[in-house]
Ligand binder design. Structure first.
Ligand SMILES: Nc1ncnc2c1ncn2[C@@H]1O[C@H](COP(=O)(O)OP(=O)(O)OP(=O)(O)O)[C@@H](O)[C@H]1O
Ligand SMILES: [Mg+2]
Length: 115
């Protein structure tokens, strides 16, 4: 959210949108595995800023990577760590002129976790 607000800061018509969804059908290959896991909770943050600079893209989620004068470059590294610890995935893409960061998370499953 903070990155999106930074990205649209100087625009006349700035737009930052959060979209949440529950999609029980969604299965994703995660964590370098070929097995597909169910990650039905989706949280997207979209903005109409100019997007992630080309040279940042490859290392976006690494710590201390920043294009900002006073940025620590820890925001996305922390997001990736917390989401990963919860068994989810986070990605950044460009879709139809918008920058989209999407977090997908699993749901707690009584049967699988209480057995
Ligand atoms: N929505 C976005 N639009 C454009 N660039 C982005 C966006 N989100 C992240 N970035 C780019 O990714 C870099 C890394 O982001 P990250 O949140 O990890 O660090 P930061 O925002 O620079 O510093 P910090 O979050 O620690 O204050 C940013 O410096 C910026 O270049
Ligand atoms: Mg940040």
């Amino acid at each position: 959210m903070k990155n999106s607000c930074d990205a649209v800061g100087n625009l006349d018509k700035s737009n930052v949108v959060i979209k949440t969804a529950y999609r029980p059908g969604i299965r994703v290959a995660a964590h370098g595995s070929t097995a597909r896991v169910s990650l039905p909770i989706s949280i997207e943050v979209r903005d109409n800023g100019s997007g992630v600079a080309e040279e940042m893209r490859e290392h976006l989620f690494d710590p201390f990577i920043s294009s900002k004068q006073n940025g620590s470059g820890l925001g996305l590294a922390l997001v990736a760590k917390i989401v990963g610890d919860h068994g989810g995935v986070v990605s950044g893409t460009r879709e139809g002129g918008e920058t989209v960061f999407r977090v997908l998370l699993p749901v707690w499953n009584e049967r699988e976790n209480n057995g």
